[in-house]
Design a protein around this ligand. Structure first.
Ligand code: AHG
Ligand code: MN
Ligand code: MN
Length: 333
């Protein structure tokens, strides 16, 4: 019989001396949340969940109904069981302390409940991204500053992809494994063990409409990709842009590629578009664990010291040799 996600985690935890089962319990709650979200996304218009909620989140983005619903699902599935001390989400200005009526645990959870939500109304793949940190020792009532740990401190990172099939892909720092939801038995089953990103690729992903706002190193890199063999590269390139980071990262984990949402001057108040704590860090952990690389262009993303829960960061990730080339252009090589 194929291995389920929970079975996989229990077996992995057996190798960790002193593991209490808390982490296994937490992941099983996250998995249930993702199943609920998969159900909502899958039913779509049939249950009236498409369209705008008519509200704005802390990023000033209009919330979709499903942004709000999926955020509620994540909170409800994870607040009760005693594994968490607090949560933080793209859709909430402030952190979410565990309500007093529930026991508190030793982990912190950050998440983007619905990534790529502009795609939901057009029936294109969306996802959920999550990151697990340890609550600092001796802190019973965490505040925002307890969340501001660099990505290297993550205990686990993962995403759910609601595509033609629903999948969960995750790492606990010991490689990357992918699980597919088998709706007949209601379980995520290990289908993609030890995912690995090839070091070389001929596929890049970037929103070309921002081209005039990019810095010179990214201009140069993309220009060379577009010109391919006619511009000095050894090969021709293909381009993709889904506008769901989860889907782009999943494609890169499957067949390689480079994804960029780089620094741009479109809005000088924003250092990039993607958020460090619940988009860039978890995806960087996964990509690095699969043999890829992830950088702002100037620094390894997981080494960025966060100063704000919702801060944005430039993202360049994927196949190692291409990411290193772009980083090299930033340092003047
Ligand atoms: P979210 O839906 O959580 O706000 O994230 C969307 C992100 C990311 O998934 C995607 O790569 C990017 O925004 C797309 O941005 P553009 O619309 O600028 O292409
Ligand atoms: Mn997102
Ligand atoms: Mn989102």
């Amino acid at each position: 019989m194929s291995k389920t996600l929970v079975q996989f985690i229990i077996e992995e935890q057996r190798n960790i001396p002193g593991a209490s089962g808390d982490f296994t319990g937490l992941l099983s709650d996250i998995e249930i949340a993702c199943k609920h979200i998969a159900h909502q996304v899958n039913k779509g218009a049939l249950i009236g969940v498409l369209g705008s909620a008519g509200s704005e989140n802390v990023q000033g983005e209009t919330q979709k109904k499903l942004d709000v619903i999926t955020n509620e699902i994540f909170l409800e599935c994870n607040e009760w069981s005693g594994h968490l001390a607090a949560m933080a989400s793209e859709e909430m200005d402030e952190i979410y302390p565990i309500p007093a009526k529930y026991p508190k645990g030793k982990y912190l959870l950050t998440f983007d409940p619905l990534d790529g939500s502009s795609n939901i109304d057009v029936n294109i793949s969306v996802g959920t991204i999550f990151s697990i940190l340890r609550c600092p020792e001796g802190v019973a009532n965490p505040t925002e500053k307890d969340f501001l740990q660099p990505g290297t401190k993550q205990v686990c990172a993962g995403y759910a992809l609601y595509g033609p099939a629903t999948m969960i892909v995750l790492t606990t720092g010991n490689g990357v494994n992918g699980f597919t939801l088998d709706r007949d038995i209601g379980e995520f089953v290990l289908t993609h063990p030890k995912m690995n990103i090839p070091a070389d690729t001929a596929e890049f992903a970037i929103n070309m409409s921002n081209r005039r706002y990019w810095e010179e190193p990214v201009q140069r890199y993309v220009e060379e990709c577009v010109k391919g063999k006619d511009g000095g590269r050894e090969k021709n390139f293909n381009m993709r842009w889904v506008a769901s980071m989860v889907a782009e990262v999943h494609r890169i984990l499957t067949r390689g590629g480079i994804f960029m949402y780089p620094f741009d001057t479109k809005d000088p108040a924003k250092a990039g578009k993607l958020r460090l704590m619940y988009e860039a860090n978890p995806m960087s952990f996964i990509v690095e664990q699969a043999g890829g690389a992830s950088s702002t262009g100037r620094q390894r993303i997981m080494e960025v010291q966060p100063t704000n829960l919702h801060q944005r960061v430039p993202v360049i990730l994927g196949s190692k040799n291409e990411v290193e080339r772009v980083v090299g252009y930033h340092s003047g090589k």
